[in-house]
Design a protein around this ligand. Structure first.
Ligand code: HEC
Length: 282
């Protein structure tokens, strides 16, 4: 009786699993077989870029991060905030305390008039966070064709292949191809929009921010090509999103070493404990 019940329950389970599999396979096979969309046909995955913080032996290229900060400051900060980063964090990029103080003071942050209590502005302090270029979202949207420039602090974490995505987005602006214009006229950029195949829906409200070689003059003398500036700011935004990335990856090595050591120890201990016990021969 119990055995029969067991077989029946087993059969029901098998049937349910089989059903789920067949339905899943059918959905997977027919998915996307409907109308072809412009995004499906023309969206591109980010290009591959090499960074010092990639790979098995990562490090921060501090020179590059400093250049990236310069690009953020001189170009991107006109529209994008970076609310999660404080000026004092810049010390991690190799600036001295004095330099950070001077750097913070070169920014204007919201403050309060000490006499009247009215909202006003003051020079930044190392403990301040990077300010927003707009007083509020309405002003930000009004200035950018109804799109609010997102905060960049965590941007490279918020997109797949973040650093490569930022690089590709900045260097990927182009005229829509003739095929796109012919097949999907509705997906051509409308007024105030720009075509970029790396952006999810192919058109975004950010005008190409990096437009000319030499747009910034790097303090370290590096040639500021568009490609270089895009790589540098992508590296910088990787650091803002995860300053502990290099430490985290490096921790992996001691952990692996310890695990190996512990495994060898466990194996030796096992040998020791079982040494006196020979297998029984029948
Ligand atoms: C003139 C204003 C302006 C400047 C300058 C600017 N951006 Fe933007 N950015 C925008 C706007 C507006 C959006 C929102 C676009 C949209 O959603 O259509 C945006 C969106 C983005 C996004 C998000 C894209 C996504 O996947 O949602 C990234 C990343 C970005 N900008 C990076 C940068 C970087 C890096 C710089 C500096 C090199 C920069 N931007 C300079 C206005 C600007």
């Amino acid at each position: 009786m119990i055995r029969l019940a067991g077989i029946l329950i087993g059969l029901v389970f098998t049937f349910v699993v089989l059903l789920a599999f067949v339905v899943g396979a059918y959905t997977a096979a027919t998915e996307g077989m409907g109308e072809e969309t412009a995004e499906h046909a023309f969206h591109l995955d980010p290009e591959h870029v090499e960074f010092a913080h990639d790979g098995l032996f990562p490090s921060w290229d501090l020179q590059q991060l400093q250049r990236g900060y310069q690009v953020y400051k001189e170009v991107c900060s006109a529209c994008h905030s970076m609310n999660h980063v404080a000026f004092r964090n810049l010390e991690e990029l190799g600036y001295t305390e004095e330099e950070v103080k001077a750097e913070a003071a070169s920014w204007v942050v919201p403050g309060i008039d000490p006499d009247t209590g009215e909202n006003s502005t003051r020079p930044g302090l190392p403990t301040d966070y990077f300010p927003s270029p707009y007083p509020n979202d309405v002003a930000a949207a009004a200035a950018n064709n109804n799109a609010i420039p997102p905060d960049l602090s965590l941007m490279t974490k918020a997109r797949h292949h973040g650093p490569a995505y930022v690089y590709s987005l900045l260097t990927g602006y182009q005229e829509p191809s003739a095929e796109l214009a012919e097949e999907f006229p509705d997906s051509l950029p409308g007024p105030g929009l720009y075509h970029n195949p790396y952006f999810a829906n192919l058109n975004l409200a950010m005008a190409p921010p990096l437009t000319a070689d030499g747009q910034v003059t790097y303090a370290d003398g590096t040639d500021a090509s568009i490609d270089q500036m895009a790589q540098d700011v992508a590296a910088f935004l990787t650091w803002t999103a995860e300053p502990s990335l290099v430490d985290r990856k490096r921790t992996g090595w001691p952990v692996m070493g310890f695990l190996l050591f512990a495994t060898i120890l466990a194996w030796l201990a096992k040998k020791q404990i079982w040494a006196g016990l020979k297998p029984r021969k029948d």
